[in-house]
Design a binder for this molecule. Structure first.
Ligand SMILES: Nc1ncnc2c1ncn2[C@@H]1O[C@H](COP(=O)(O)OP(=O)(O)OP(=O)(O)O)[C@@H](O)[C@H]1O
Ligand SMILES: O=P(O)(O)OC[C@H]1O[C@H](OP(=O)(O)OP(=O)(O)O)[C@H](O)[C@@H]1O
Length: 306
């Protein structure tokens, strides 16, 4: 109870307490220099360097808490936001580039009677995403009222993939990342309902009602997280170059705004530094070599504000 009394005047941020998103959420907060002290028995942790409180919830419950404004910010999958019945107050503030997977219709790969989603009409589907599944089959069946739905949609909270083998379902709707779970269960995808990833979500209306200080804090937190995402996307590239080759080399490394060019103690040579896209760094380094650059080094960026 004591902790609850410390929540006034703090910004409440909901993150998953377990599951696929937990580790990466904790890491992104740490990398953003957002620190908190958690008692393992409690699902609320107070920030140690900022006036925040981290609320640990099931990923599926986070949209509800952000939608009703109890928590101002949250991290969860887009799938959970779309599945949540009340989500009209939620905005997707930032794609965090993890938790990438697809919500798919899966059927037994050796089924003789079911080959397409149309074949599942009137059959039984097991899923943790009852609302999205019903919405999908309502469209497929061309019905406007859920009570007219011929397809039976049953909820289970986990291990959805076991339902066909157990004879409970004719098909399932579940999340797929590598596809290994479904392959191991003898299932195959026949339709994708949604591609999802973890997002920072926010309640913009509630942010407007916060004190000026907490509104500023919301911006600071978003800017810190954005800084970590940018740092993940770029690396810092440094090289030496003959001055006359600069026009060609700067086309290869134009930098985000502009590259830094410094004099070095070698007549006719300069040093160039620029942020480059991580995923292109191999090609960029090859191109720099071909265009006369030398002493090329690439450094990690742990955080940045650009
Ligand atoms: N295989 C996966 N690969 C990547 N992201 C996933 C995967 N499975 C789930 N996710 C993402 O993580 C979110 C939480 O799923 P997860 O299965 O970890 O929940 P959970 O906390 O174990 O669930 P519950 O609280 O119902 O037991 C999903 O909504 C989705 O956005
Ligand atoms: O395509 P893959 O990489 O194999 O991942 C897919 C699996 O991951 C999720 O379940 P999770 O392991 O989180 O547990 P759950 O079944 O309890 O939801 C999902 O429900 C699948 O079972």
């Amino acid at each position: 109870m004591e902790l609850v009394n410390h929540l006034n005047d703090r910004l409440l941020i909901a993150i998953p307490k377990k599951g696929r998103l937990y580790e990466k959420c904790s890491k992104i907060l740490k990398d953003s220099d957002i620190y908190f002290k958690k008692n393992p028995r409690l699902d609320i942790a107070l920030g140690t360097n900022l006036p925040i409180a981290i609320i640990f919830l099931r990923a599926a419950d986070i949209p509800t808490f952000v939608n009703n404004g109890k928590c101002i910010l949250g991290i969860t999958g887009v799938d959970e936001v779309q599945e949540c019945e009340q989500n009209d107050q939620i905005s997707l503030a930032m794609d965090l580039n993890f938790g990438n997977c697809k919500l798919q219709v899966q059927i037994p790969e050796n089924s003789e009677t079911i080959h397409t989603v149309e074949d599942l009409i009137g059959k039984t589907i097991v899923t943790s995403f009852v609302n999205l599944t019903k919405q999908y089959f309502m469209k497929l069946e061309n019905c406007t009222d859920v009570t007219q739905l011929k397809t039976k949609v049953l909820y289970v909270g986990g291990s959805v993939e076991a339902s066909c083998a157990l004879g409970v379902a004719d098909g399932i709707v579940d999340l797929v990342e590598s596809g290994e779970t479904m392959r191991a269960c003898g299932l195959k995808a026949i339709e994708t309902l949604l591609s999802t990833s973890a997002h920072l979500i926010e309640n913009e209306e509630k942010i407007k009602e916060l004190s000026e200080d907490l509104q500023k804090l919301t911006k600071v937190i978003k800017s810190r997280i954005q800084g970590v995402l940018t740092a993940q996307k770029y690396v810092y590239c440094n090289y030496n170059a003959p001055q006359e080759n600069l026009p060609a080399l700067l086309k290869i490394t134009p930098g985000r705004r502009a590259p830094t060019i410094s004099k070095i103690d070698d007549e006719g040579w300069v040093a160039v530094s620029a942020m480059i896209e991580r995923k292109r760094k191999g090609d960029i380094m090859d191109d720099l070599v071909s265009n006369g650059a030398s002493d090329i080094m690439v450094f990690e960026i742990s955080n940045c504000r650009v």
